[in-house]
Design a protein around this ligand. Structure first.
Ligand SMILES: *[C@@H]1O[C@H](CO)[C@@H](O)[C@H](O)[C@H]1NC(C)=O
Ligand SMILES: *[C@@H]1O[C@H](CO)[C@@H](O)[C@H](O)[C@H]1NC(C)=O
Ligand SMILES: *[C@@H]1O[C@H](CO)[C@@H](O)[C@H](O)[C@H]1NC(C)=O
Ligand SMILES: *[C@@H]1O[C@H](CO)[C@@H](O)[C@H](O)[C@H]1NC(C)=O
Ligand SMILES: *[C@@H]1O[C@H](CO)[C@@H](O)[C@H](O)[C@H]1NC(C)=O
Ligand SMILES: *[C@@H]1O[C@H](CO)[C@@H](O)[C@H](O)[C@H]1NC(C)=O
Ligand SMILES: *[C@@H]1O[C@H](CO)[C@@H](O)[C@H](O)[C@H]1NC(C)=O
Ligand SMILES: *[C@H]1O[C@@H](CO)[C@H](O)[C@@H](O)[C@@H]1NC(C)=O
Length: 583
């Protein structure tokens, strides 16, 4: 994708880019909808502030990161490439950093694999994907920027030495670029090629994200017989009006049974089309069919194809990319999480910005109506001390502390139960037109309710003056119950009230309440809380910067602020070790 921040600057007002001249004069310019902070992008980190750095999420030693690129499994090794600024802690100077791993958790950093050096990418090496060609030959497709006007083309790169187990060196052959936009395409909105798939006709296909007119997002499709000569298909794979520019499209089949992933494409499967929407900076997906005759994707009639649709994550999660992992027959998603600072100067002072979230296994829910995500099982190897609670009742206003683990770096799984749904508050029909996040903004953890709010207070001080609650609230609507899951950063920090993004992220959870139970898992890691509600049906990531609830001073509680008593049926919590990341 393109650059990534809607941040304003303390020092300069954003200036719309009208010509190259402006870039030279201004500190802070806008490329399309994006802002660039020229004065900060090549300032090396003097100090790397450690207090909010993560213990088991992927981060380089310092500086800015964004999109994960070309994740793949090749000859026993996982490869993660990612957009990286080697020279500063705001976006700029982007190269493809490269790390390898045997388990998706512990990593070895290598030298950058792709960086601007040729006429077809000298103004930028942006996001892309890997495809493993027959004969076990990996190839990367990525977006190159060829001029100061941000003209985008699609290039390829191949390993210099297939016998090198880490594939350290990548070659960008001279027959690049492979694809140049034709007149029908906006050249500044033509990026992020997907992994290629092969049709029954034996031809390869890829899609790139784009925008037509002012608001139609589209996945432009190209086909190729030999991977070198690409021809634009007459129709995009799919397009949707009113969604704005599409970035980082991802298109893949999911199995209708079980949790295994699929690699092969065909009419018989159900499909996922995911896009990162530049307009809202969230990711949306639909489920549907792949009409291989028309070569078009058709969302299921009940799969909402708009900015009101399903999201992979209702919080701070963007530019994700999936890959099929043949070693464990699973599909795995990587997502990037940006910082919650409002001012780029704060990232610059901190010396780092951005993390990659824990890779998630993804599969189709048995209902066929949504995806389910769960942290890869390898993460469990970092679990150390464990504590357990069971059968603990919490009346209205009560909280129970979880002690005996490190609350600032923990993995918590909890199942709550309740005796009755009678006390559920009524769902205001007005909220049907609002996003879940707005409802959470009105109905926070400290707003007394009926059935809920109940959940976990994470990264908390003893009296909760600082804490990020992750909680459920059950409403009674006309026909059914609505379950809201919130991860609310409103009280996450005492110090940065005005200078931090403190969203009340939330999503609804499509769950059967017949057994009167709700479960959640939260991965807490110093400045990130990744939550998986109801076994991974609704996922929410928050980035927060507590000032008191840090390291050994952080606490973890279960709480209930509703009139219906809640029982912690079971709670398992682990201290989490540090991932080994070798720089
Ligand atoms: C292409 O996108 C850019 C950036 O948003 C916009 O300024 C320009 O008008 C678009 N060009 C066309 C031909 O639509
Ligand atoms: C980034 O840093 C490297 C190494 O210090 C240097 O060679 C390069 O010129 C820098 N690039 C920019 C754009 O500052
Ligand atoms: C950028 O676009 C402007 C306006 O269309 C044009 O005059 C200029 O030549 C372009 N510059 C480059 C480097 O392509
Ligand atoms: C390719 O990698 C293998 C394994 O690391 C190494 O033995 C060999 O010398 C390399 N070949 C070249 C041409 O660098
Ligand atoms: C697309 O959406 C825009 C803005 O939402 C609207 O103005 C336009 O009429 C729509 N076009 C079509 C073909 O529906
Ligand atoms: C529960 O409500 C009480 C009273 O409003 C409040 O002090 C407390 O902070 C709330 N708990 C959470 C986790 O917000
Ligand atoms: C930040 O907000 C919290 C909660 O509203 C408040 O208690 C605290 O005093 C505020 N801190 C500052 C520095 O404004
Ligand atoms: C992350 O940062 C916050 C605060 O600056 C912005 O509001 C978000 O839009 C941004 N998210 C992405 C995906 O860039």
């Amino acid at each position: 994708m393109d650059y990534s921040s809607n941040k304003s600057s303390r020092w300069a007002l954003p200036v719309i880019l009208v010509c190259f001249f402006v870039i030279l004069l201004s500190n802070n310019v806008v490329f399309a909808s994006h802002k660039v902070f020229i004065h900060l992008q090549s300032q090396n980190a003097v100090n790397v502030h450690t207090v909010h750095r993560t213990g088991y999420h992927f981060q380089p030693e310092k500086h800015w990161i964004n999109d994960p690129n070309a994740p793949m499994y090749f000859n026993g090794v996982y490869h993660l490439f990612y957009q990286y600024n080697p020279n500063g802690s705001v976006w700029g100077n982007i190269v493809w950093a490269h790390s390898v791993s045997k388990d998706l958790i512990n990593w070895i950093n290598l030298e950058p694999a792709i960086y601007p050096s040729k006429p077809f990418d000298q103004f930028g090496t942006w996001s892309g994907s890997a495809t493993i060609l027959p004969g076990n030959k990996p190839v990367i497709l990525y977006t190159g920027i060829i001029d100061a006007n941000q003209t985008q083309v699609q290039n390829y790169a191949i390993p210099a030495n297939l016998s090198d187990p880490y594939l350290r060196e990548w070659i960008k052959p001279d027959n690049n670029p492979l694809i140049i936009a034709d007149e029908s395409i906006n050249k500044t909105k033509f990026r992020d090629p997907t992994t290629a798939w092969m049709g029954k006709d034996g031809h390869w296909r890829i899609v790139m994200g784009s925008l037509r007119k002012h608001s139609r997002g589209l996945a432009i499709m190209y086909r190729s017989k030999d991977f070198m000569k690409w021809v634009k298909a007459k129709h995009p794979l799919h397009s949707t009006n009113g969604t704005g520019n599409w970035e980082c499209p991802d298109f893949y089949p999911v199995s209708s049974k079980g949790t295994d992933g699929l690699d092969q494409y065909g009419e018989e499967h159900k499909y996922v089309l995911k896009n990162s929407m530049d307009l809202t900076r969230f990711e949306y997906y639909t489920l549907g069919k792949y009409d291989t005759k028309k070569d078009r994707y058709v969302p299921d009639p009940d799969s909402v194809d708009s900015l009101k649709g399903l999201r992979l994550d209702y919080g701070n999660f963007y530019a994700s990319k999936s890959f099929y992992d043949p070693s464990k027959n699973r599909r795995v998603i990587w997502g990037w999480s940006n910082e919650s600072d409002i001012f780029p100067e704060d990232d610059n002072a901190k010396g780092w910005a951005g993390i990659q979230l824990i890779p998630r296994k993804v599969w189709l829910d048995p209902s066929g109506k949504q995806l389910v995500q769960w942290p890869v099982e390898e993460l469990e190897t970092l679990r150390t001390q464990k504590v357990q609670l069971s059968n603990k009742k919490m009346n209205n206003g009560e909280k129970i502390e979880v002690t005996g683990i490190t609350p600032a770096q923990a993995d918590v799984e909890v199942t709550f139960s309740f005796a009755s749904l009678d006390k559920a508050e009524s769902f205001d029909p007005k909220w049907n037109d609002m996003y879940a996040q707005d409802v959470c903004g009105l109905k926070g953890a400290d707003v007394q309710g009926g059935l809920g709010p109940f959940g976990l207070a994470t990264l908390a001080t003893e009296n909760l003056e600082e804490n990020t609650p992750v909680f459920f609230r059950v409403f009674k609507a006309q026909q059914n119950y609505k379950v809201l899951l919130c991860s609310d950063a409103k009280r996450s920090t005492l110090k940065f009230n005005e200078t931090m993004y403190k969203a009340s992220f939330a999503g609804f959870v499509d769950v059967d309440l017949a057994d009167k139970k709700l479960s959640l898992r939260s991965l807490i890691d110093n400045s990130v809380i990744e939550t998986f509600g109801a076994g991974g049906k609704t996922c929410i990531t928050s980035r927060v910067y507590p000032t008191l609830a840090i390291n050994d001073e952080a606490h973890l509680f279960a709480f209930n602020n509703g009139t219906e008593p809640i029982t912690i049926e079971s709670l398992d919590a682990w201290s989490m070790g540090k991932a080994k990341i070798q720089y």
